[in-house]
Structure formats: C-alpha cells, structure tokens
Design a protein around this ligand. Structure first.
Ligand SMILES: Nc1ncnc2c1ncn2[C@@H]1O[C@H](COP(=O)(O)OP(=O)(O)OP(=O)(O)O)[C@@H](O)[C@H]1O
Ligand SMILES: [Mg+2]
Length: 250
C-alpha cells in the first residue's frame, strides 16, 4: 500500500482544534415522553488522536457523534468543532463546514450502489468542483492507500463488507477533513475483518494527521485507541487518555 503524504496540503497540526463540549444535553421526545439521551456532557477530545466512544447500547454514543458531526444540535450547552461554535453557524455555513472539514463512516457503509468504488470516493470531490485530472490522482492514491487499487471498478455489491468499509474510509478522507467520525464502523463485520478495519483507520489517522472519533462497544476495539471516552446512560463515566500530551505533539 502506498503511503499518503503526511501533510498533503501543508496544513499545520497547530491549526487542528479539539472538540469541546460544555454542559451539553440532548433529550428526545417520543410520544410525549422525554428520553434524556445526553446529560450535562463536559468533554474535550484532542486533535490528531484516535478516540473511541465506548458504552453499552442506548448509552448515547450515536447521539454524541451526531452532535459532534453537526448533524443534530444540542438542547443545551455549547459545542466547538474545528474551532467554531456550532450553534452560532447558519445552516449553509454548517453544511459547508461539514462537507469540507468532516468525514463520516457508517456501520452500514452507506455507499452509492450504482457507482463503482472509484466513483464513490470521487463523488465528494466532484461536488467540491475539483478538476478531473486532480480528482483521478487523489482517488487512485486513496484507493491504493486502503488496499483497493485493483478493485476500483467494482460496485459495492461486488465487494465484501470489509472492502466496502475500506471504500467508505477512502471517501471520508477524500476532501482532507480535520476530523473523521465513525459510528460503529465494525459492527457489521466479523471480528477479524473488524480488526483489520480498525488497523486501517488507525494507520490512515496517523498518515493523514486527522482526528478520528469512533464508537464501539467491542472491548477489543478499545485497546487500539489513544483515548477512550466511556459513556453510560447519557453521562461520561470516565475519560482515559493513554497517549501522553508530549507524544501527541510529535
Ligand atoms: N430519534 C430518537 N427518538 C427518541 N429517542 C431516541 C432517538 N434516538 C435515540 N434515542 C434514545 O436516546 C438514547 C441514546 O441513543 P443512542 O442511539 O445515542 O445510543 P447508542 O449508544 O448509539 O446505542 P447503540 O450502541 O445501540 O447504537 C437511547 O435511550 C435511545 O433510545
Ligand atoms: Mg448507536
């Protein structure tokens, strides 16, 4: 697999920002019943790390990722992503920010079935208006980096689950985001393929100097993370920072 340039666009690490949540609460209302999904979350997720959100089913992991990914807004509290306070941004500014600075990986891959692997990765670059030559070089590099150079012309239906998730990871990185969010990226994979996907995400996180935040309730996945945020009943119960600050700066 080819290595992607560590800092392809010359972005300085110092420009990467932590995700900061202060007093964040989110309650869903279902049939006139309030379901508190997140309660008074105060959390800093450091940049350029591989961070896992861990907790049992229903603990609030997806809700938290959706707030960080600017897909949903909190009822209370403030969220800073990429150095910007999410609540004060207009809908247009939020969509633009999401497209440029955030990448998403989903449990069920969410690839477009009629497009090839190449076209799926290319799609966000087409939307961004990148010239065809430049696009092709970027997509070739990404598919090579995720080990799929020889599968570029296959459609998702012709790929295994693990290969589909590799395409999804390449797509998430296409626009060189600051932050990639992955909700249970290994839940639909067998444990060996899941471990390979975690390893791939880890190496892409390091090569691209991007922050990865992913959710999982698989204890084996927890071990691969730099930092682990434990969540239960919508509250943070522990934050383990396994990588010393000094190491993260190098
Ligand atoms: N759209 C919704 N309407 C009502 N309640 C919701 C909604 N989405 C989530 N919830 C509730 O909010 C709580 C947190 O849900 P969330 O999906 O964030 O948990 P999770 O940790 O991602 O769980 P899982 O591991 O099963 O994916 C749960 O009690 C859930 O039932
Ligand atoms: Mg979930």
């Amino acid at each position: 697999m080819a290595s992607l340039d560590a800092m392809p666009d010359g972005r300085s690490k110092s420009l990467q920002h932590p995700v900061v949540l202060q007093g964040v609460s989110k309650t869903y209302r279902l049939d006139a019943v309030d379901v508190p999904a997140l309660v008074d979350i105060n959390l800093v997720i450091l940049p350029n790390r591989f961070t896992v959100l861990s907790g049992p089913s229903g603990s609030g992991k997806t809700t938290l990722l959706n707030l960080i990914g600017c897909i949903d807004l909190p009822d209370q509290g403030t969220i800073m992503v990429g150095g910007k306070p999410v609540q004060t941004m207009s809908d247009d500014a939020l969509s633009d920010f999401r497209a440029r600075q955030l990448g998403f990986v989903f449990q069920n891959f969410n690839l477009l079935p009629v497009l090839t692997a190449f076209e799926n990765v290319e799609y966000p670059l087409v939307l961004a208006g990148m010239a065809p030559d430049k696009r092709r070089r970027r997509v070739d590099k990404l598919l090579d980096a995720v080990g799929l150079a020889t599968h570029a012309r296959k459609r998702p239906g012709q790929l295994s689950g693990g290969q589909r998730q590799r395409v999804a990871i390449a797509r998430a990185l296409a626009r060189r985001p600051q932050l990639v969010l992955a909700d249970e990226p290994t839940a639909n994979l067998d444990s060996r393929t899941g471990a390979e996907i975690i390893e791939l995400m880890r190496s892409m996180q390091q090569q691209q100097r991007v922050s990865f935040i992913f959710s999982s309730h698989d204890p084996k996945v927890l071990e691969a993370a730099d930092d682990a945020v434990h969540i239960q009943d919508g509250r943070i119960t522990a934050v383990e920072r396994r990588l010393a600050m000094a190491e993260a700066q190098t």
